[in-house]
Every structure is written in C-alpha cells, then in structure tokens.
Design a protein around this ligand. Structure first.
Ligand code: NAD
Length: 373
C-alpha cells in the first residue's frame, strides 16, 4: 500500500479546508483501494468518525467530502460531550460492485497507519461486517458485533433513539409540551434510522407521512404502521404536518424546498441537512424551528465512543461504561438542544449558528451546562 499526506498548499484550494491536522491519501494496487483519511482536530482527543464508501466522480469530490465530514465530526463530538476529536475516512467506489473482503482489510491497514489518531466505524456504504474485516489489521475500528446488552454493534438504533429524544425537545420548545399524540410527521427516508424513528413516533400516536426511493420499505411500513400515508419523493416537503424528519440525504433543506414547507419543527437524522448556512437563517425567518443535525444525530457516535473507551480501558467519565449509561448519555442530547435553542434566542441567531458557537466554545475550553461529568 502506498500513502502520502496532502500538503496545506494543495488543501487550501478547497473551501472546506480548515487547517486540518492531517489528510492522508491511500492507494493499493493489489486490492484496488483508493481512500482518504482526514483528521480535522485533536484538541479533545483522538479523532473518531465513520468510514464512508461512495462512488465519487473524482478525487476532488472525495477530498471535499472527507474535509467537510471530518470537520463536522469535530463539532459533533464536542457537543456530544465526548473527549474525542473529529475525523472521517472515505473509500472511492460503489460499495455494491467494488467492495471485497481484501479491500476492506486493506482499509483496516490504512486506518492503522494513523497510529490511533483516527478511529473508524461504519457509515453510509459500510456496515458491521466491513468493520470486522477492517479490525483484522487494526484495533482502531469500532462498531463491531457485540452481545445483546453490551456496547458495540450497529449504532443506527442508538442514533434513532437520540433523534427521537431531540425531536421531543424541539416539539416541547415549539408547543410547550412534548406530548406527541395526534401530531403529524413527514419522514424522508425509511432506512436504518428513519424506519426505527417511525416506529417510536407511531407508538406515541403520531400520524406518519413517509417517502423513500425504495418501494419495499414503504410497503413494509404501510403494513406495520396503521394510518401511514405514502407520499411522492418531491411531495414530502409540502406535506401539511407539524414535523419534518429528514433521514435520507444531505442538502434537503434548500432554496427550492424550504419555501414549500408548512412545518413547525425540523428534526431528523441526516447529516448536512442545510444546503448552505443561509438556509438556516431562512428557516428561522419562516418560524420553522430547525434542530441542528449534528447535535440531534449524535447518538451513533456516542455509542461508538463508549465502545472505544471500553476497548482501550480509558474511561473518561465518572460512571461505568455500560450500555445503560451510554443510553443516558444519549438522552443528554435533549439538554444540549435546549441550550442551543436558548443561545439562539439570546443571541438572535439561527439554531445551527448557535450550535457552531457552542461547539467552538467547547473546543476553546468553555464547558457546556449539560456536560457529562
Ligand atoms: P440508510 O442508508 O439505512 O437509509 C437511507 C434511506 O433513505 C434509504 O432507505 C434510502 O432508500 C432512502 N433514500 C435515498 N435517497 C432518497 C431520496 N431522494 N428520497 C427519499 N428517500 C431516499 O441510512 P441511515 O443509516 O438510516 O442514515 C440516514 C441518514 O442519517 C443519513 O444521512 C446518515 O448519514 C445519517 N446518519 C446516520 C447515522 C447512523 O447511525 N446510521 C448516524 C448519524 C447520521
């Protein structure tokens, strides 16, 4: 395997470059691996973030993504109360056709070259089985299969629980009560997180409107959740519902979709929901309460972080590293979101800008009120 670190002169040509600590490029002619690992910031600890596999159209697209995603992880981990920095890796290639055992093993070797500065886990295009292959050559891979009730495994159910908690916080802020009974929610994307979120919302008596590109998951949901209505891919944005939960792709809140929206609250799992920062301001102007994506979707990284602390025997908390305590930590997302909304109100900012300021405060050593002891 060959690798080299990209220099600042090259990286500064990318708008998402933010003085990243290290960006390493890998190629492996034996397995066909083409990948990048970026560590954005290590102020709070080693960098934790998933390994994405995607059919990028160019090397530049892959670099742009790894720069943006690794920076996002710094902010996410800071507000999740984890003593971990931000990092991410991307593998270039369509997971459906290019992924092999040997390639994932090679990715494990790539992660190992970072010497523990970067810890990986699953992300879109990779799964628990891939993490097992990567872990053959490095201890710096988490999200591994585990016994029931133990730490580890697929982080998606933990993410969806965190999103559910955060959604209730936003509803409480908007309506004065977090009783969800009788509210309507539009859910975009019924994948690992979105489907589970529907299950939790349905249990609370929420009326569901859903969309997905996959008909099989839509039909399964229709059979499972009474009263659920399937809507078209482009119609989800104009559903007359209280809540919008984007759980599919990034950039779904944009100049085309926001003007169509009648929602009071946006609370969903997708990463990078705002097409640009201005869209956060537009939502605030339209009195739509936006719950910042990297705060509400931190459940998965909290799960993976706990697994890492357990594996390395370095517990930074004053409580034990049990699954129960990890879920309690996920519930602190509620308090953090409340703080974000408070700061947004105090400083007359859109919530996404308030969250960024809070995360920058944590990195500068200012503790959050909701910090886990
Ligand atoms: P997933 O791939 O399991 O599900 C995504 C779903 O969205 C799929 O069912 C897919 O068919 C559907 N979809 C794709 N394009 C669509 C479109 N244009 N319109 C409607 N539906 C579409 O992913 P996931 O793990 O459920 O994650 C969902 C989102 O949350 C992603 O943006 C992911 O990055 C983010 N996220 C996930 C986790 C996690 O733990 N899984 C953690 C943090 C953030």
């Amino acid at each position: 395997m060959e690798y080299n670190d990209l220099d600042a002169a090259l990286l500064s040509g990318f708008t998402d470059y933010d003085n990243h600590y290290k960006v390493r490029h890998f190629t492996d002619s034996e397995t066909g691996l083409k990948a990048y690992i970026a560590v954005h910031d290590k102020t709070l600890g080693p960098a934790l973030g998933g390994c994405r596999m995607y059919d990028y159209k160019s090397e530049e697209d892959a670099i742009r993504d790894v720069l943006r995603l690794s920076r996002g992880m710094t902010y996410k981990n800071a507000l999740a109360g984890l003593p971990l920095g931000g990092g991410k890796s991307v593998i270039i290639g369509d997971p459906a056709s290019v992924k092999t055992e040997a390639l994932m093993e090679a990715m494990g070797r790539a992660v190992h070259t970072m010497g523990g500065d970067y810890i990986s886990a699953e992300d879109s295009g990779t799964n628990v089985a891939d993490m097992a292959l990567m872990a053959r050559s490095t201890p710096y891979v988490m999200g591994l299969k585990s016994e029931d009730g133990a730490l580890g495994g697929d982080p998606s159910p933990v993410t969806s629980y965190g999103v559910f908690c955060g959604l209730k916080t936003a509803v409480r802020r908007r309506y004065g009560s977090d009783n969800l009974m009788g509210l309507k929610a539009a859910v975009q994307g019924l994948g690992a997180v979105g489907y589970d979120l529907c299950r939790q919302l349905h249990k609370q008596g929420v009326e569901l409107f859903v969309t997905d590109v996959r008909d099989d998951v839509l039909q399964k949901a229709k059979g499972e959740f009474e009263g659920l209505e399937i809507v078209g891919l482009d119609d989800i944005f104009s559903v007359d519902a209280n809540i919008f939960a984007p759980c599919a792709l990034g950039a779904q809140l944009n100049e085309q979709t926001v003007p169509q929206m009648k929602f009071d609250v946006i609370a969903g799992a997708a990463n990078n929901q705002l097409a640009t920062e201005d869209i956060g301001d537009l939502l605030a102007q339209r009195n739509i309460l936006y719950t910042p994506d990297y705060v509400i979707n931190a459940g998965g990284v909290i799960a993976v972080g706990y697994e890492y602390f357990e594996q390395t025997g370095k517990n930074p908390f004053s409580h034990d590293l049990t699954r129960e305590n990890m879920m309690k930590h996920v519930e602190t997302i509620e308090k953090t979101i409340d703080e974000v909304f408070n700061i947004a109100e105090e400083r007359s900012l859109a919530p996404d800008r308030a969250a960024d300021q809070m995360a920058e405060g944590v990195l500068a050593g200012v503790p959050k009120v909701s910090d886990v002891a």
